[in-house]
Design a protein around this ligand. Structure first.
Ligand SMILES: CC(C)(COP(=O)(O)OP(=O)(O)OC[C@H]1O[C@@H](n2cnc3c(N)ncnc32)[C@H](O)[C@@H]1OP(=O)(O)O)[C@@H](O)C(=O)NCCC(=O)NCCS
Length: 399
């Protein structure tokens, strides 16, 4: 069994195994055209690709700071190779590769939590889909202008995103291929060509919206559904972003978007008119404990030291007793050799529980109730509560 990347001439075979794994064998060639060979990793058994995954590397923002991270964009074991440990071996190979490259975290959208938990992943953030009827939207303020961008002109949008993303806890530091490949793909029921709008105020661009137009058969006679594939705006321009779509009020239309929880529109619209229609939780794996906890910032007021014992058989470099020191907005995780000082009680944490703590998705109290963390003493619990307090982590993308 061998974990490796592949050569260009092996791509079609790898994509065939991946597509069969997902039950869409006929799509292998079409998908091959969209996928970068460098992102593919395989486990090879007797000359065949048993399990295949697609890995990207985009940093993620935690409390405003970008930390290197990997993303498993897809993973499957080919039909004839299932339940033989190849999927897990593939993840194990990937974790060793990321560790070697100094990338301390990796995330994914799971279809099975049990399988990924075996590899040390845990739920650590969310993707939330909201809906509002256009009749509830405020009209666009005359101080703004909405300008359509040519389909391939992403520059002004990418510039705005760089300003906005650090304020989204969990957001990707997106790369250009991601904008072109993932963010502009319409659903099968939508018009093929998405529309990009730039929202301009008196001093230049303040926001954008990438729109996909589809129909909503349950919502006749017009039944328009506008899905915001992606959007963002500078602080203070929220209602303008929604207002750009207010003209569809006449058509019995609905708008969907993904956003944080709670979404700011809950506070900005006069009634509880937005509805959460779907939520998917994503998972995170801590590849390297000191790398991860040392790289993200912490709330400036949090301070203290917590000693935790961790066992991580899949990534043995994470196993051991660790002291987490938090001061002045920074954190440091160091090995404790020998027994902890007499005044300190060592708690225990599972590698999965630490993943949910790292992003602020769950606090130490919830994790203790789930049996994933035991801070051992009330003072340590207090330090962890303060250190990992944050907005709820979310990604705008379902990836
Ligand atoms: C999920 C999938 C990748 C697992 O691959 P695999 O090579 O068969 O998995 P492994 O043999 O390495 O299994 C490792 C462990 O996970 C468990 N596991 C695997 N698939 C599981 C599932 N769907 N539900 C629950 N547990 C699962 C196995 O039982 C095994 O645990 P065990 O050692 O206690 O028996 C494979 O079934 C698949 O390709 N499914 C369709 C595509 C898909 O869902 N991919 C994931 C997209 S996010």
């Amino acid at each position: 069994m061998a974990y490796r990347s592949i050569a260009e001439e092996e791509k079609v075979a790898a994509m065939s195994a991946l597509s069969l794994g997902f039950g869409i064998p006929a799509k292998a060639r079409e998908l091959s055209k969209r996928v970068d060979t460098e992102q593919l990793r395989v486990v090879e058994v007797d000359g065949q690709f048993a399990s295949v995954l697609r890995l990207s590397r985009m940093p993620q923002y935690w409390l405003g700071r970008a930390v290197p991270s990997g993303q498993v964009l897809s993973l499957a074991t080919s039909l004839e190779h299932r339940a033989a440990g190849h999927g897990l071996a593939l993840l194990e190979g990937m974790l060793a590769e990321l560790h070697e490259a100094g990338i301390p975290t990796v995330t994914l959208q799971p279809s099975t939590a049990r399988f990924y938990r075996k590899a040390g992943f845990e739920f650590a953030g969310a993707w939330n889909l909201y809906e509002v009827k256009c009749e509830h939207l405020p009209a666009l303020d005359g101080a703004y202008q909405a300008r359509r961008l040519p389909a391939d002109d992403l520059d002004p949008i990418m510039k705005l995103y760089e300003q906005i993303a650090p304020g989204r806890h969990g957001a990707f530091a997106r790369q250009e291929w991601w904008w072109r490949a993932a963010l502009r793909r319409p659903h099968p029921s939508e018009d093929a060509e998405p529309v990009s709008l730039l929202l301009e105020g008196s001093d230049g661009p303040v926001g954008w919206a990438m729109l996909a137009f589809g129909s909503d058969p349950g919502n006749q006679p017009f039944g328009l559904r506008v899905r915001i594939q992606d959007w963002g705006w500078l602080p203070g321009h929220d209602l303008a972003a929604l207002g750009a779509l207010a003209g569809y009020r006449t058509m019995d239309s609905v708008v969907n978007w993904s956003g944080p929880d709670p979404d700011p529109f809950l506070f900005l619209l006069p009634n509880e008119s937005i509805r959460l229609t779907r939520r998917r939780y994503w998972m995170l794996r801590l590849v390297d404990l000191p790398g991860a906890f040392g790289a993200r910032p912490y709330p400036p007021g949090a301070a203290g030291r917590v000693v935790l014992r961790v066992s991580d058989p899949l990534c043995p470099w994470n196993s051991g007793t660790w002291a987490l020191e938090i001061a002045d907005g920074q954190g440091r995780l160091e090995r404790v050799s020998g027994a902890p000082a007499r005044s300190e009680t060592a708690g225990t944490a599972s590698i999965q529980g630490l993943a949910a703590l790292f992003t602020g998705f769950a606090g130490p109290d919830e994790l203790a109730r789930a049996g994933l963390l035991d801070a051992a003493d009330p003072a340590a619990l207090e330090v962890l509560r303060a250190a990992f307090a944050s907005p709820k982590p979310f990604t705008a993308e379902l990836y």
